[in-house]
Design a protein around this ligand. Structure first.
Ligand code: C2E
Ligand code: MG
Ligand code: MG
Length: 643
């Protein structure tokens, strides 16, 4: 009998290629991944024993019978084993926890177990096959059992996938069914082409497809640094939480490169990429094996568990020490600044999502620190995070109901000795957690983006307030409204501001928009464009908190705004030291020189008031005159003081 084993050779080559790729990179030691390795191994054994036994059977006369017998027996062992292991793989793809499936796997092994006994006894019974010096290879009466068992597992796969189809992704279903489908196809083809051996070919193709779609590690490798990416970190964390020994401690450390954008801007993207590659190499060198991941563009994660967990402090110190050294890439050298967020937890009662959220929060907190940019996510930080979440929820609710309260702080005009200006200041006096102050909730509104819509609601409320001031015939020049730096990222900002003012029917010059130096730093172009547009409509602009940031004087000068409000810290400093007083006077002089009006805020005493008037400030705001007042009280205050 002549068999064509060419397809089996091709199958072997495909299999070896898949196996080689599979070995690359680090692997999560999950049950599924281990079974996939077993699939490759059994298929390899099945195909190679098939090839060898076919050749040996063809040359049985020249070879010792016992050798042909052994190789053929090995082949007969691996045929149903391939089906069984592939069934295991399907089970492991559906159920993650090994403990859950232990019994299913045991029961599923029973047919193979009995078949193994039959194959061993085949030596005496010759029910599966026989090889004799006279006739060579002869099929036994029960040879069908081998294929029956193989197809039993194929059928079991189809049933299992059908039974659990709701739990499995559509794409995964198709791929898992590939093995039984291809095997069936081969049976059909074999009916007409009996002497071409195709069984290994179908298995190899099925494994190739499974590898490409379900086991391919390339999709979990970061293209730039060649280390596992965030997706793989999530898989690994999930694996640790699902299969980890109860109470096993794990630590997730995220190392964030502060201001990496500067390196990209200064040296260009290409050099930036090389920096990232070098950093990744260094982290891999100093970290436990296979523990480093690329978390985000300029963030790396290190996942520690077991023994390495106990040395976290030491490890973090080493990371800091190594990272803070001078970095040299070709002709470029620079220092890098890093922020480190650390979450330590035990594998029970945590979810991947909560760990990632915690570590991201810890990194954000670490970045905000003034020095030693490390933040351990402990109970205190957890409490802070929870409070922030609650506040964000309150803000959303208040925004929906437009139920923020606006307070107004009168501003004294030195020349007329009247209160012709006010600053609108938002308040949350009633909430489930009591009053919340702007210094706490405004940054949260900014982080969550809520501030954008909130500002339009505020502007609308302020316009309505101005309308009632005008209707009450109270003299007013303008009300200052605070705009967050984030507002300037809005494409339709100009239109919306103008629309709100027009809708309320108030003169546009009764509004003054206050922006801070950080708005200038973040979006210079947008602020300049916006200010010019506002000027066309007669809406004023004012720089707030001058002296707290690092404004570029030339930028400040290029913006058409009317007033500069000196930050309270600057005013208070000028009261304390003579040097600061001189500086204060010079700043005022410089701004007045280009036609700007100066406002002093935070004036609490008679002495401070006198001093700022002496310095030449035109408007004064502070508790000395009045605290911010609710709408009605502010109206009353203006009425009484306008006479
Ligand atoms: P800001 O715009 O610089 O507002 C001045 C802050 O100084 C106000 O605090 C005001 O109550 C306080 N203040 C005024 N006079 C004195 C004084 O004599 N002594 C002291 N110690 N403080 C004084 P507030 O209302 O707590 O607001 C804090 C910050 O929150 C504001 O600083 C502003 O940046 C932000 N904010 C307040 N309302 C809004 C708003 O409607 N929108 C936006 N985007 N930010 C707002
Ligand atoms: Mg302000
Ligand atoms: Mg201010």
């Amino acid at each position: 009998m002549e068999w064509n084993i060419m397809p089996e050779f091709c199958a072997l080559i495909i299999l070896i290629i898949v196996w080689m790729y599979e070995k690359k990179g680090n692997n999560i030691p999950s049950f599924k991944n281990r079974v996939f390795k077993l699939c490759l191994m059994t298929t390899f054994m099945g195909i190679s024993s098939n090839i060898i036994s076919t050749i040996m059977i063809e040359h049985y006369k020249e070879l010792p019978i016992w050798a042909t017998w052994i190789v053929t027996t090995i082949y007969f062992i691996f045929i149903p084993l391939m089906g069984m292991i592939y069934f295991y793989y399907v089970v492991a793809s559906i159920y993650i926890k090994y403990k859950e499936i232990k019994n299913v796997l045991l029961i599923a092994s029973i047919p193979t177990f009995f078949y193994f006994i039959a194959i061993i006894f085949n030596f005496f019974t010759k029910l599966i096959f026989d090889i004799s010096p006279e006739k060579g290879y002869v099929r036994g009466e029960l040879i069908g059992v081998t294929y029956l068992i193989f197809y039993f597992y194929c059928l079991a796969i189809v049933f299992l996938v059908a039974y659990k189809y709701k739990k499995i992704e559509q794409k995964t279903i198709r791929i898992l069914l590939m093995f039984p489908m291809l095997s069936t196809l081969i049976v059909i083809i074999q009916q007409t082409h009996k002497y071409i051996i195709l069984s290994g070919f179908s298995a190899s193709c099925a494994l190739l497809i499974v590898y490409l779609y379900l086991q391919n590690k390339q999709i979990y490798i970061d293209y730039l640094t060649k280390i596992p990416n965030r997706g793989q970190l999530l898989n690994m964390l999930d694996f640790q939480l699902q299969s980890g020994k109860k109470k096993e401690k794990i630590a997730l450390i995220v190392i964030s490169l502060r201001e990496f954008k500067i390196i990209n801007d200064r040296y260009g993207q290409q050099i930036g990429d090389i920096f990232l590659q070098e950093i990744s190499k260094l982290l891999c060198k100093i970290s436990p094996k296979e523990s480093v991941y690329r978390f985000n563009g300029d963030e790396f994660a290190v996942l520690l568990s077991g023994e390495s967990y106990t040395n976290i402090e030491q490890y973090v110190n080493q990371v800091q020490e190594e990272m803070n050294k001078m970095w040299r890439i070709g002709e470029y050298s620079t220092y890098l600044s890093i922020a480190i967020g650390i979450v330590r937890c035990s594998s029970d009662n945590r979810t991947v999502e909560s760990i990632i959220q915690s570590v991201e929060y810890a990194v954000a907190m670490a970045k905000k620190k003034k020095n030693n940019y490390i933040c351990f996510f402990d109970d205190k930080v957890l409490k802070e995070m929870k409070r922030k979440k609650i506040i964000a929820e309150i803000l959303r609710e208040k925004l929906k109901e437009e139920s923020f309260e606006m307070y107004y702080q009168p501003i004294y005009d030195v020349e007329t000795k009247k209160f012709l200006y006010l600053e609108s200041l938002i308040r949350i006096n009633d909430s489930p957690i009591g009053p919340i102050y702007p210094n706490e909730f405004i940054p949260i509104a900014e982080e969550t983006g809520i501030i954008i819509e909130m500002t339009y609601v505020i502007l609308d409320k302020v316009c309505k307030f101005i309308k009632s001031v005008i209707d009450n015939k109270i003299p007013i020049r303008c009300v200052h409204v605070n705009f967050s730096p984030l507002q300037f990222s809005q494409m339709d900002l100009e239109e919306r501001v103008i629309e709100i003012i027009k809708k309320n029917g108030i003169p546009s010059n009764t509004i003054k928009i206050e922006f801070t130096e950080s708005a200038l730093a973040d979006s210079t172009e947008s602020v300049i464009k916006f200010s010019k547009e506002m000027k066309k409509h007669g809406i004023k602009m004012g720089l707030d908190d001058f002296g707290t940031g690092y404004s570029n004087v030339s930028t400040v000068m290029s913006i058409p705004f009317h007033t500069v409000k000196l930050d309270k810290s600057l005013v208070w400093m000028a009261m304390k030291s003579e040097g600061a007083a001189i500086m204060f006077k010079n700043i005022i002089g410089a701004f007045k020189g280009i036609g700007m009006q100066l406002v002093a805020e935070g004036i609490e005493t008679e002495e401070q008031k006198k001093a700022v008037i002496d310095f030449g400030v035109e408007q004064i705001q502070g508790y000395y005159f009045s605290k911010p007042l609710p709408r009605e009280e502010a109206l009353q205050f203006l009425k009484e003081n306008s006479k």
